[in-house]
Design a protein around this ligand. Structure first.
Ligand code: GAR
Length: 199
């Protein structure tokens, strides 16, 4: 049995699209793979309630609980590792997970950490990608699924979706059209990875 953990920070629409695909395409039967855990760093993330409603295991590791520690990021990541450990995840999927992960965490899960980023990487790493793409005058935006490396948004690209930028586009309009594509792109990328793992 393979285990996937999905890490979110908010509404988790990408997480929902992945879980729906896992059910529809019968990942359990076809690939002996289950979504073993949905974890949020934000206790208010509404995606957690949705995942619970699907009967999935969920966990909260609130990064704010570690702010008083000498090394808050390290303490938070140790708590994440501690929570993930019993699952022995084969794949950790970052789906709108809005915390930067340091090499301490990333090196522990080499080739097991996938992320989706709302731009055509390597362009527009970081935040506010849609407004920056509009301001730059580029004609195409999109989303990228990539392996996570020590450098933020710079790991090997797995797959991308392209979304045209329309005249007069706003960041929110573009974001919602990109998100629609993300919901197709991310489950597909994971399923393609599962196919490569099948024995
Ligand atoms: C998505 O657009 C995702 O690409 C982006 O946050 C949104 C989360 O939506 N991720 C990042 O910006 C990561 N740096 P969701 O919570 O509805 O899946």
């Amino acid at each position: 049995m393979k285990n996937i953990a999905i890490l979110i920070s908010g509404g988790g629409s990408n997480m929902k699209s992945i879980i729906k695909r896992s059910q529809k395409a019968q990942w359990l039967k076809r690939y002996q793979t289950q979504i073993g855990l949905v974890l949020s760093n934000d206790p208010l993330a509404s995606g957690i309630d949705w995942a619970k409603g699907q009967g999935l295991s969920t966990a909260i590791v609130d990064h704010k609980n570690f702010l008083q520690e000498e090394n808050p990021r390290r303490a938070f990541e140790d708590a994440l590792i501690h929570t993930l450990e019993p699952l022995a995840p084969d794949l950790i999927v970052l789906a709108g997970f809005m915390r930067i992960l340091s090499p301490h965490f990333v090196s522990r899960y080499t080739n097991k950490l996938m992320n989706i980023h709302p731009s055509l990487l390597p362009a527009f790493t970081g935040l506010h990608t849609h407004q920056r793409a509009i301001d730059a005058g580029v004609k195409f935006a999109g989303a990228s699924v990539h392996w996570v490396s020590d450098v933020v948004d710079a790991g090997q690209i797995i797959d991308q979706a392209v979304v045209p930028i329309l005249p007069g586009d706003t960041a929110s309009g573009l974001a919602s059209r990109v998100l629609t594509q993300e919901h197709l792109l991310y489950p597909r990328a994971i399923e393609n990875w599962l196919k490569t793992q099948a024995t």
